[in-house]
Design a protein around this ligand. Structure first.
Ligand SMILES: CC(C)(COP(=O)(O)OP(=O)(O)OC[C@H]1O[C@@H](n2cnc3c(N)ncnc32)[C@H](O)[C@@H]1OP(=O)(O)O)[C@@H](O)C(=O)NCCC(=O)NCCS
Length: 200
């Protein structure tokens, strides 16, 4: 799904305040601490809780393998003023052959409420529709997860229904609001803010 430029770990995506880059082994301790926060983990389908260091290490290895294969793209968010310090993760996964892939994201609690995830996801979506032939990005959030729903809404996602979503880390299925974004549906405020790509 993703072209050569994104399949090498020198790939970078720049936004106004952030660098997005491949997860690396050195991110494991901070990912473990931030994703280990129940306020983060329990709102997601796939972050285990409690979260141990081997969870972070195995997440980083599998994200890098997926990135290298081009079947998905999972990036660590860092602030430009502290580019070695991971603050969150976003990614797009799988099912490219059906013209649709799934978005996921989380941000460490100390960084909430500053518009950082909206900024990151806006640039990421621009990148995805610019670099791939995907027609549709799908996502889901727990109906009580107002912040996540709001991030999706700001970026032009529409709600497509409610139901149960497979949440392996929550031990089964959880109630979910399903969302989708079709190519060309990005609001101009975000669509106009083109990401800057760096490959060196
Ligand atoms: C969801 C998450 C990534 C949002 O990150 P963030 O950087 O704080 O998000 P932003 O600041 O870009 O946007 C959040 C929006 O939600 C709004 N919001 C947050 N909590 C809210 C609440 N309780 N009621 C109403 N609005 C709320 C904010 O005001 C903001 O909207 P605005 O820009 O219109 O004011 C972060 O809260 C998180 O990681 N949560 C835990 C993991 C998670 O939920 N992942 C997503 C799983 S689907």
């Amino acid at each position: 799904m993703f072209p050569e430029i994104a399949r090498d770990d020198i790939f970078r995506l720049e936004t106004e305040r952030l660098w997005l880059r491949w997860p690396r082994a050195a991110d494991a301790p901070v990912i473990c601490r931030l994703a280990g926060d129940p306020e983060v983990a329990l709102k997601t389908a796939r972050i285990p809780h409690p979260y141990e260091s081997y969870h972070a290490e195995s997440f980083i290895l599998s994200a890098r393998a997926e990135n290298a294969s081009g079947e998905g793209l999972c990036l660590t968010l860092t602030q430009k003023r502290q580019p070695d310090e991971a603050i969150g993760v976003l990614g797009l996964h799988g099912a490219a052959n059906r013209g649709v892939a799934t978005l996921g994201f989380w941000l460490g609690r100390p960084f909430w409420g500053q518009g950082l995830m909206s900024e990151a996801v806006a640039a990421f979506i621009d990148l995805v529709f610019g670099m791939t032939s995907l027609e549709r990005i799908v996502s889901s959030a727990m109906p009580t997860n107002i912040a996540s729903l709001r991030v999706h809404e700001k970026l032009g996602f529409t709600r497509t229904g409610q139901g149960l979503c497979l949440a392996p880390a929550r031990g089964g299925e959880v109630a979910a609001e399903f969302l989708e974004l079709r190519r060309g549906a990005i609001p101009t405020t975000f669509g106009a803010r083109r990401p800057k790509l760096k490959s060196t």
